[in-house]
Design a protein around this ligand. Structure first.
Ligand SMILES: [Cu+2]
Length: 296
């Protein structure tokens, strides 16, 4: 006959196995943004990964992940891709126009950047003190984590917010999260299906199209108030403008997702209270990629 001790022992064993399995299934990477660096593990698992991004700085930050081709090192990327952006922005400050700046970038940046570097997501912009959460599927490789908000006309990358991260062959068992709303990004539209509600929301973002030139499509979430000037926000999101991406931002930023390749989906989680909001894309807000909505 089975004694009560037997049942208690079985119950505890099941509980331990269940908790081990649950922690194995959750692949959460903590990232802390400071002014101006990222605190994060050097190596992380591949597969579905949730990034919890805490902005512990005094200014706006985000992160994006670029997957490097196998034969390109972080140092090469930093020297040949990141530095030219500093040079080009200095030239914009000195008076060249956007078309000239675009041509200068194409000339300075090696062709492998345009053909072989893949943007693999990241969080939208968040203000100081906030936390953002995003989930995406990553394959093994060397990634660059960066933030290019500006501080007195200097990109955060130039101040230290850039670093390599190795995504290992060893994969997580994690499944993608369940979402209560879907966003599809096309040229040049933000299409939504489902609704957000007060409380915690998980939004799936599907990348269906990207512009042929310039930055790809991404989406940020902003909360507006009576004094929000949306034209100012659109202007601010263009890094080629002198005050573009210069902290502090002209509106409250609550996260979102950075670009991923066509066919990919990323997820992000946000806590919302009633108010007026908008989905907005960094590069193409001026072309119509903005969608206002209310949370009631
Ligand atoms: Cu930053």
């Amino acid at each position: 006959m089975k004694t009560p001790i037997y049942f208690i022992f079985t119950f505890i064993t099941i509980l331990i196995l269940y908790s081990c399995n649950t922690s194995k299934d959750k692949n959460v990477v903590e990232v802390i943004a400071r002014d101006f660096s990222f605190e994060v593990a050097d190596e992380i698992l591949s597969g579905w990964t949730t990034f919890r991004f805490k902005n512990s700085g005094h200014t706006d930050h985000f992160f994006l992940l670029n997957l490097l081709p196998d034969d390109i090192s972080f140092e090469t990327y930093h020297k040949q891709v990141t530095k030219p952006f500093d040079v080009v922005f200095d030239s914009i400050k000195a008076g060249i126009n956007k078309a000239e700046a675009g041509a200068m970038l194409v000339e300075m940046i090696p062709p492998w950047y345009f053909t072989s570097v893949k943007q693999m997501g990241g969080t939208g912009i968040i203000n100081a003190g906030k936390t953002a959460q995003t989930t995406m599927k990553l394959k093994p490789g060397t990634y660059v984590m960066e933030c290019y908000i500006k501080e007195e006309g200097v990109f955060h990358t130039a101040l230290g917010m850039i670093r390599p991260i190795t995504v290992k062959e060893e994969a997580s068992n994690m499944e993608p999260p369940k979402s209560n709303m879907d966003i599809t990004l096309t040229n040049f539209k933000i299409e939504t299906e489902g609704e957000v509600k007060p409380g915690t929301n998980t939004i799936a973002v599907h990348f269906k199209e990207h512009p042929e030139i310039g930055l790809g499509n991404d989406v940020h979430l902003i909360r507006m108030n009576d004094t929000t000037d949306i034209d100012k926000v659109i202007y601010w999101l263009d890094w080629m403008n002198i005050e573009g991406l210069e902290s502090p931002s002209p509106v409250e930023f609550l996260g979102g997702t950075q670009e991923m390749p066509v066919g990919f989906t990323s997820y992000f989680t946000v806590d919302l209270v009633p108010g007026n909001y908008a989905w907005i894309a960094e590069s193409s807000a001026a072309k119509g990629m903005i969608k206002m909505f209310k949370v009631e």
